[in-house]
Design a protein around this ligand. Sequence first.
Ligand SMILES: [Zn+2]
Length: 114
Amino acid sequence: MKEEHRLLIALQDLDIMIKEAKDTSTSKELESMGFKLTGLNELQEARKKLASKIPPALLQRYEKLAKHYRMGILPVTGDLCLGCFVKLPTSFFSAAHSHELLVCENCGRMLYIP
Ligand SMILES: [Zn+2]
């Protein structure tokens, strides 16, 4: 897998953590567990740093998808897109070996072979 794809997946993990930290019920739970909400600033700071290492075109594509879906980039399991559970064509997998990110034709999410 390309480094920029690894970074993008890490960015998505951060985005999910930030969303959860912003969620009031989650943040209350986190507080009761002893986490301070200042962690949110640190998460956002880490996201900024990570985002600056990702090529802008790729980042934009991800941001667009992340607005629509919780996960803009997903692993392929078996021969299914984990976003919409549509079976992927065989041609898909030969393209996957070129180490490019793939796009599900059905839902448009970015896919990678883990
Ligand atoms: Zn899909």
